[in-house]
Ligand binder design. Sequence first.
Ligand SMILES: *[C@@H]1O[C@H](CO)[C@@H](O)[C@H](O)[C@H]1NC(C)=O
Ligand SMILES: *[C@@H]1O[C@H](CO)[C@@H](O)[C@H](O)[C@H]1NC(C)=O
Ligand SMILES: *[C@@H]1O[C@H](CO)[C@@H](O)[C@H](O)[C@H]1NC(C)=O
Ligand SMILES: *[C@@H]1O[C@H](CO)[C@@H](O)[C@H](O)[C@H]1NC(C)=O
Ligand SMILES: *[C@@H]1O[C@H](CO)[C@@H](O)[C@H](O)[C@H]1NC(C)=O
Length: 723
Amino acid sequence: MTFLTRSTLFLFITLCIISGLASSDSELTWDEAYDKAFSLVNQMSLEQKVGLTTGVGWEKTLCVGNTYASENPDFPSLCLQDSPMGIRFGNNVTAGVSGITAAASFDKTAIRQRGEYMGKEFRAKGVHYQLGPSIDIMRSPQSGRAWEGFGEDPWLSGVAGRETILGIQSQGVAATAKHYIGNNQETNRTTSSSNIDKRTLHELYLWPYARAVEADLAAVMCGYNLADGEYACENSYILNTVLKGELGFRGVIMSDWGATHSTAKAANAGLDMTMPGDILMGDGLTFFGSNLTKAVNDGEVSEDRVTDMALRIAASYYKMKQDEDFPKTTINTFTRSAAPEILVQENHSELVREMGAAAVVLLRNEDEILPLSTHTPKKISLIGSNAGPIPQGLNGCPDQSCGKGHLAVGWGSGTADFPYLVTPFDGITARAGENIEIVHNFNDYDLEEVQSLAYEADVAIVFVMADAGEEYIIVEGNNDRKNLSLWNNGDNLIEAVAEVSENVIVVINSVGPVLMPWIDNENIKAIVWPGLAGQESGNSLADVLFGDVNPSGRLPYTIAKKQDDYPAHISSEAQIEYTEKLLLGYKYFDAKGISPLFEFGFGLSYTQFKYDRLKTVVNGKKDNTRVTTSISITNVGEIDGAEIPQAYLSFPQYTNEPPKLLRGFEKVYLQAGEKKTVDFVFTKNDLSFWDEESEEWKLAKGEFTVYIGASSRDIRGSSSFTI
Ligand SMILES: *[C@@H]1O[C@H](CO)[C@@H](O)[C@H](O)[C@H]1NC(C)=O
Ligand SMILES: *[C@@H]1O[C@H](CO)[C@@H](O)[C@H](O)[C@H]1NC(C)=O
Ligand SMILES: *[C@@H]1O[C@H](CO)[C@@H](O)[C@H](O)[C@H]1NC(C)=O
Ligand SMILES: *[C@@H]1O[C@H](CO)[C@@H](O)[C@H](O)[C@H]1NC(C)=O
Ligand SMILES: *[C@@H]1O[C@H](CO)[C@@H](O)[C@H](O)[C@H]1NC(C)=O
């Protein structure tokens, strides 16, 4: 440096700044990341490599999980933190919409932006791995954690997972897709085996992971459950053969917290990192650490395998450019009060509000009772505890397990603390302004009082909910849902109000489908389904109720008329056979001719859309086949708004696919009177089935039909094509 002239020094600094700027734009490729990882790991002793793969232990570090650091060569302790919807155990963070509600937006741009703001917050707090998204399929509607993921359909989950991962990783944070695989219920989650035939595994449960790997996913978390008789975290078929082999996954496989059950078996099956390190959470023992070193010395695990584990971990770090200006970790999971006040929320609340509104599903709207601005009622009554604050206080229960007050997230490790919570009461009161009188009663059991309040008002809005969450917390007897009914006297409350008011709007915040025994009551003019909308919940809802946002959300699952109509339920057997195979969700209802109450993909708008001029063109051959279906959509109503056209394919008969499969959706914004043409492109992935005989994906040959519709049952046009 001493020999540099001033001008070359200036040039040198300028180049550094330019290259710094250019490189912080995007991730490294896997090849580039592995080059850097090789130079690091080549200098490491066996013990140092093992350190990278081993968690320091539960409640011993700043994050829910931290790896051991290395000195000479230097490599930091990596910080891993929940959750799929925001920073768990973090102060001054954003708590936005849950996964299931992100999915209900059917809005790829909004889902990407959600990933981006989360990634930005995780990085700013010095977290290397976000433990999300959850891309577990909602197999049973009772499943306690299904709300963390993206619903019943693999294609939708694949798109939502991909957009979330691209968003998170664009900020230099490793995304962790979970919980691989067949972790579809909480009941007996650590003792039961999910037995899934290979075709169903590939076409349904693996599909979103395949799309995630294509999006350069950095990490996968294996689940607590067994798959086909072996613990997921030591199952060589699902880890080595399928994930690392077939899908070509180059990132890190980490255990769920306490889901490692062996040393050599797990390492040889493909597990790369044990979290949080302990054998049983908090016992200070570990299957990796000195046990893994010993296993190498005893010849039970090859040193090459341990080198591969360390390389994967180092490569993910370099790929995310975490070696460049990575912020110091400033969360303090187990001593929250010791965390410095680092504000990372910026204007993310605006995105949360927009996404919450974009995800509201309008299930019914008779006599144009909505939007409220059309008739401008003078007096509105807000009824039910779900309209108001959480009685135990904001963040007043461990991991959001209150089960009372406004529901804006489920419970468990998949949560974050609310910085504040805009309840429906807050949001509607603020939006209604001076000219509309708002009266309320948050007591779900005081039916007479509630009736007199509803009777006096022009419109009565009843707020009800159904909650669920993770295994280690039981709320009113639930982790998986005991039933599909509303909580807190919800059905009786609705019926009581509908006895005295002819203008009833029911708002249901729920983790998943609910039964609606009052559905035929004609006084219930509207049913609104905002999901789990996070900190801005009441504002998002008011935006839709008053017509500032025209609803375009769609159901990411089927709402059945009765629980028995669903193909899969929570099982208390040790061996859980996935006997419904490919017939999950709408595919089952289609195949068996069962009418749902509200079908997958359903959602109303304040305007109407006309679909016409459907056209399909086949280009290319064999694996390069590319089918394009176009359709034009016109907003024929009076109000601007977005439509979500969906594409479903029926496959040639010999493939034995369900009657139709989602293979495309778009969100199209149209001003009143406006018309746009929408293209759906289907490529090899979309047109293939998993062949059981050859155990590989095969392009289906023969006649397909493409259906374009506003839901899985509201089909507006179809055409056939042959491959
Ligand atoms: C940051 O979080 C702490 C702990 O929840 C809270 O006391 C403080 O008011 C927050 N700061 C801001 C600016 O919101
Ligand atoms: C090594 O693993 C065994 C179980 O296989 C366990 O009993 C033992 O405590 C572990 N050792 C350490 C140091 O954690
Ligand atoms: C949030 O702020 C950024 C600039 O910091 C701006 O580009 C973006 O448009 C804002 N987002 C919203 C939703 O207002
Ligand atoms: C369903 O479960 C909820 C929550 O535990 C409970 O409040 C409700 O009474 C149950 N409903 C029925 C019909 O069993
Ligand atoms: C599953 O859980 C149920 C209820 O908690 C229990 O009775 C049953 O023994 C468990 N089965 C297994 C295989 O662990």
